[in-house]
Design a protein around this ligand. Structure first.
Ligand SMILES: Nc1nc2[nH]cc(C(=O)O)c2c(=O)[nH]1
Ligand code: SF4
Ligand SMILES: [Mg+2]
Length: 242
């Protein structure tokens, strides 16, 4: 987007999109409670954090990627029409940080009206708009740990996490590298009453996924938490758009 385009941007009816996928090359929700469920993806651009291990830096890191090549301004109604033209029930809205953009509210409402179910992947730093706390919407909230390299004051926003915890529409998914990090997760769980908890091994190769899964499994099971994978890494080798 250039400056003149930004000026006329309609925050309610337009979105800055990174990519959409799952139509011509079908895929699954790869992470969390719906892992393995066929899904369409709408990946929005922009993020308010800068995780060192972020696997979608092309949505926000304009020192490495060209914003003009990587983003496209699209009308919400056109995105809804795209989804409704596909016979996949689950739509994953991700990013970047999708809750940075107002247009998500109109998008979600149109998708629900069309009979779809929606999961929103969020870093948990922006409290959900009440219009998103409705039947058919689930938030996969992924609060970032110290391993993200982001300052605690930026990645942990108490009122936002508390709002998700109280919403009845959220589950909490932690990108984890080691057993030692489970204590850090426990502190957040206790402080904000987070439930249910999903631990997900960090990694963008099958080898690292398996290694970390094996290292974490017993300790996650002992805490009675859920263990999830990144199925798209195992199945599609971290290919973009899968
Ligand atoms: N298949 C697949 N599942 C996903 N679940 C969450 C994703 C994300 O990038 O947020 C993702 C993704 O990129 N691909
Ligand atoms: S919050 Fe998510 S999209 Fe944003 S930098 Fe961290 S991993 Fe990447
Ligand atoms: Mg991803």
């Amino acid at each position: 987007m250039d400056e003149t385009e930004q000026k006329h941007f309609d925050r309610e009816r337009e979105l800055i999109v990174s990519e959409v996928f799952g139509d011509t090359q079908p895929t699954f929700q790869g992470e969390g409670p719906s892992m393995g469920v066929p899904a369409l993806f709408i990946r929005l651009a922009q993020c308010n954090l800068t995780c060192t291990w972020c696997d979608t830096k092309y949505t926000w890191d304009w020192s490495r990627y060209d914003i003009k090549k990587e983003t496209r301004r699209r009308s919400v109604d056109e995105l809804i029409a795209w989804v409704l033209g596909c016979d996949t029930e689950l739509v994953v809205i991700t990013g970047g940080e999708p809750l940075l953009q107002q247009g998500v509210i109109r998008l979600v409402s149109g998708l629900l009206a069309g009979g779809k179910r929606v999961e929103i992947e969020t870093n948990g730093t922006i409290a959900p708009d009440p219009r998103l706390l409705v039947d058919g919407v689930r938030f996969n909230v992924s609060p970032k740990l110290a391993n993200s390299g982001v300052a605690e004051g930026k990645r942990i926003v108490p009122n936002a996490l508390a709002a998700f915890a109280a919403s009845g529409h959220a589950r909490f998914k932690f990108v984890t590298r080691s057993v030692a990090e489970l204590d850090e997760i426990q502190q957040l769980v206790d402080r904000f009453q987070l439930s249910p908890v999903y631990v997900m091994p960090e990694g963008t190769t099958a080898e690292v996924q398996i290694q970390t899964t094996r290292a974490l499994a017993d300790a996650v099971a002992a805490r009675k938490w859920h263990l999830t994978q990144r199925l798209h890494i195992l199945a599609f080798a971290d290919a973009r758009g899968r």
